[in-house]
Ligand binder design. Structure first.
Ligand code: GDP
Ligand code: MN
Length: 380
């Protein structure tokens, strides 16, 4: 789960990482009040889970309440790379002497943690990595041994940070590592990590990705989950215990098991079409699961046809057929459905469906033929 900047800063604060005090606001009036509480000049920052807000006009300095009002009005509701701004974070503006970069993430192939530190922060770290890779001091960290202050001191020297702030930065990096490690992050990144004109180091931005596998250890993450702005269909599917991923095509897909769902995507492509989603209903395919799956797909206006591809193993195909029929009674489906049911009790399942088949509910004996029909119905 990705956090908003303000949530990332709250998370940092728990581990003693300095940030500017401020407030979050959902309306222009709240933003002005937050600005007055923070003091002027202040900075109004769009809260969207995407980088490059500054360049997109989502970050503005305000010297007066009037300016704060004008900026908040402009930023709230703004679209930044497809993300609509619903909240702003308002904090006292900092006077910047230098902008650094600091971050920890997983180095999966090497089975270690990776720290990255650079005196050239503020800009996208990918750009620094591409144009001036030597400007990033990388540190591999053994997850069992962790990061100690001595190592952090060598690291800040290697990154050639201003000697005056090396000691404070080394301590901050140890705190950030604790946040990353004990706080169960996949990514904990500060860009820019600033040096203020009066010589303090300070997180001006926060990019935190929490490791969803650790959710059980963190009941306090529930407040972050509550503000997750995920795709409404993914939300609906999650509520119903289904694995759903939205894609760009026109053929809606329901399959049992991730492997078969992937093969179904492939065969739809092979037939010249494109999948609107990936939906794995898992092992069971009873009426509840099938209704839920159809309901989720039905809310996608891009879907022109639905391809239900079930291979009965433990799940018997006659049960699946009953599930499909029951689901069709419950949910009014906008798109025609092509069914390919095979495996355990396939004959019995097809016999159950037989009287209900029409040009809106089509049975097809093989996966490829079913895909071709679904693609044709979707208009190619
Ligand atoms: P991003 O563009 O989404 O990464 O947003 P950041 O929070 O990193 O802000 C982008 C840039 O805005 C920073 O690199 C700073 O140059 C500038 N900025 C943000 N906050 C302040 C502030 O308090 N004072 C000043 N002077 N500049 C700021
Ligand atoms: Mn940033």
């Amino acid at each position: 789960m990705d956090l908003f900047e303000y949530q990332g800063k709250q998370y940092f604060a728990r581990f003693g990482i300095p940030t500017s005090p401020g407030g979050v606001a959902e309306t222009v009036d709240e933003a002005v009040a937050a600005a007055q509480a923070a003091g002027f000049p202040c900075v109004i920052k769009a809260q969207v889970k995407v980088g490059g807000r500054g360049k997109a006009g989502g970050i503005k300095l305000a010297a007066t309440p009037e300016e704060a009002r004008a900026h908040a009005a402009a930023i709230l509701g703004m679209d930044i790379k497809g993300h609509v701004v619903r909240r702003v974070w308002v904090e006292r503006a900092s006077d910047i002497a230098a902008e650094y970069y600091a971050g920890f993430t997983l180095d999966r192939p090497n089975k270690v943690h990776l720290g990255m530190l650079s005196a050239q922060g503020g800009v996208e770290i990918e750009d620094v990595a591409a144009t001036n890779p030597d400007a990033i001091a990388r540190l591999s960290i053994d997850p069992v041994r962790g990061l100690d202050l001595e190592t952090a001191r060598r690291w800040v020297a290697e990154a050639e940070l201003d000697p005056a702030v090396r000691e404070a930065t080394a301590a901050l990096l140890c705190d950030l590592y604790r946040c990353y490690d004990e706080g169960d992050c996949d990514l904990a990144e500060i860009n820019p990590l600033i040096v203020t004109t009066d010589g303090r180091v300070h997180a001006l931005d926060a990019k935190v990705t929490l490791d969803d596998n650790a959710t059980f250890r963190h009941p306090e993450w529930a407040e972050f989950a509550a503000t997750e702005t995920e795709d409404p269909r993914e939300q609906l599917a999650k509520q119903k215990g289904l694995t759903y991923i939205g894609l760009d095509g026109t053929v809606g897909i329901i399959a049992n098991g991730a492997g078969l769902a992937m093969s179904t995507l492939d065969v739809v492509n092979q037939a010249g079409g494109s999948a609107a989603n990936f939906l794995d209903i898992g092992g069971g395919a009873n009426a509840d699961v099938m209704s839920a799956a159809l309901e989720v797909i039905n809310t996608d206006p891009k879907v022109r046809s639905i391809f239900v591809n079930i291979f009965g193993g433990i799940t018997r195909v006659d049960e699946v057929a009953k599930g499909v029929l029951a689901a069709l009674e419950r949910v009014k489906i906008a798109a025609p459905i092509v069914l390919r049911l095979d495996g355990t009790n396939a004959e019995a399942g097809r016999a159950l469906l037989e009287p209900h088949l029409s040009d809106r509910l089509i049975a097809s004996p093989t996966m490829l033929e079913a895909a071709e029909r679904a693609v044709a119905l979707a208009g190619g």
